[in-house]
Design a protein around this ligand. Structure first.
Ligand code: GRF
Length: 210
């Protein structure tokens, strides 16, 4: 099986990126991070990538006239670096339909809630405000909607009575780090399959047993 060639897009801290880099470094994930691209100057993700010896690019979206041209530049940079999979790791930009078509079925995202509950940028705060007793994280393929592509895997965590957004986020993040790496291992082993059934227009993902 060929090594997964990853392009990682981030806007901030990059702790999920770090988990992926650590797994590759430990030899437990057969992948190579070909490039890390951030759209926010000073994003810690860039520093983490550079420390690991990974190629980085800073591409502030404000420097492009519109979303389509920013996304086209992103695609060019990813492809020039040899990335085959686009891994969103805290990338706070919605991607255009053109970008999604160009990387068909090869874009992954991680979201800090059990989708379809609490999509969007404030998932942990919304879970707390709603009074949810269980939350968690979801890794999914990216389609043209926001946080609504086919689900690959989820993990649950309890929401405690005295949780703050920070404490709940930290509990979820610990699971995110394991889940993202797990999904990438499945992809590396070609165990992630798209299925469609005649009763539903929504494709489902299945994981082939090892
Ligand atoms: C994570 O909670 C992820 O689910 C969300 O953005 C956050 C990124 O965290 N999409 P980090 O930058 O990987 O630390």
């Amino acid at each position: 099986m060929p090594t997964l060639r990853l392009g990682i897009l981030a806007s901030g801290n990059g702790s999920n990126l770090q988990a992926i880099l650590d797994a590759i470094g430990a030899g437990t994930l057969d992948a190579k991070v070909k490039i890390v691209i951030a759209n926010v100057p000073g994003a810690k993700a860039l520093e983490r990538a550079a420390t690991a010896g990974v190629v980085t690019a800073l591409m502030p979206h404000q420097k492009y006239p519109d979303r389509t041209s920013f996304d086209a530049a992103l695609s060019q940079t990813l492809e020039a670096a040899g990335a085959e999979w686009v891994v969103l790791a805290g990338f706070m930009r919605v991607l255009s339909p053109g970008f999604i078509a160009r990387h068909h079925r090869r874009i992954l995202n991680i979201h800090p809630a059990l989708l379809p509950s609490f999509p969007g940028a404030h998932a942990q705060a919304q879970a707390l405000a709603y009074g949810a007793k269980i939350s968690g994280c979801t890794v999914h393929f990216v389609d043209e909607g926001v946080d609504c592509g086919p689900i690959i895997a989820q993990r649950a965590v309890p929401v405690e009575t005295d949780d703050s957004v920070a404490s709940l986020s930290a509990r979820i993040l610990r699971e995110e780090h394991q889940l993202y790496v797990q999904v990438l291992r499945w992809l590396a082993a070609d165990r992630v399959h798209w299925n469609s059934d005649s009763d539903s227009t929504r494709p489902k993902i299945s994981i082939e047993p090892a």
